[in-house]
Design a protein around this ligand. Structure first.
Ligand code: C5P
Length: 234
């Protein structure tokens, strides 16, 4: 379609997966490709928005080459939080599509961690520190009234209904205006595969279901966001 319902809007999208360093060459990471966040950025630009894409370890070849999309590269959750917050200060909507590590190594060594020479000694355990919940912070602490905050939740569960229950609890806990829940498993959710999401509001109620490609999911979400932006300004 040729809808420009996001014209004049600035939206911030996080994409990819954070890497939490253990030492100069090793990290704790995840399998998020960044494709859903990139589909969101491309769709928003097509609908007229100015986009800030905070990209956590997204392959260069996947990044959109569009003058309406400003890319800010980050690696860790703490860097992602700084970049998202800075951009969110003047954004109409923030969509957290990145897979953010809940924990990071409590310390990062400046030298490569080595195994003891000739030793059978047990390795040192990795101590973890808790990362902030960026989405919950953004939802609780809005720099602009009427700003729309959106999250994604990849849920595993014993079937879709169970995954949805987890999503409901998460929606209430995080306080985002919209939470797009999808069930992930062996073959679903990650990478270049079709996606299916149930969109919940902050009370955990189902407001929409969207399926198909990541672009279709993105467009369904932007339609909901655009509606909320109009409602907030009337
Ligand atoms: O709790 P969970 O990781 O399932 O929540 C997913 C949503 O929360 C995503 O939108 C993700 O970007 C966001 N998140 C966050 N900060 C974290 C963990 C997740 O913003 N530390």
């Amino acid at each position: 379609g040729r809808t420009a319902d996001l014209a004049g809007r600035h939206v911030v999208i996080s994409a990819g997966g954070t890497r939490e360093p253990l030492d100069p060459v090793r990290f704790l990471g995840n399998r998020s490709s960044g494709r859903q966040g990139i589909a969101l950025a491309t769709a928003a630009a097509r609908r007229g928005a100015r986009v800030t894409l905070v990209a956590a370890n997204v392959e260069d070849a996947l990044l959109p080459d569009d003058p309406a999309v400003a890319v800010r590269r980050v690696e860790t959750a703490l860097e992602l939080r700084d970049a998202v917050r800075a951009a969110a200060a003047e954004a109409d909507a923030v969509v957290m599509a990145a897979a953010v590590a809940d924990f990071r190594p409590a310390t990062t060594t400046t030298h490569k961690i080595k195994k003891a020479v000739g030793g059978d000694a047990d390795p040192e355990p990795i101590r973890l520190a808790t990362n902030p919940d960026i989405l919950a912070e953004l939802a609780a602490d809005r720099p602009r009234t009427g700003q729309v905050v959106v999250g994604f939740a990849a849920e595993t569960g014993d079937g879709d209904a169970d995954a949805l229950e987890h999503g409901r609890a998460k929606a209430r806990r995080k306080g985002a205006d919209l939470l797009a829940v999808n069930q992930v498993g062996e073959d679903r959710g990650f990478g270049d595969v079709p996606n299916e999401v149930t969109v919940l509001d902050a009370a955990g109620e189902v407001v929409a279901r969207a399926g198909g490609s990541k672009t279709e999911v993105a467009d369904a979400l932007w339609t909901l966001v655009a509606e909320q932006l109009v409602a907030a300004s009337t």
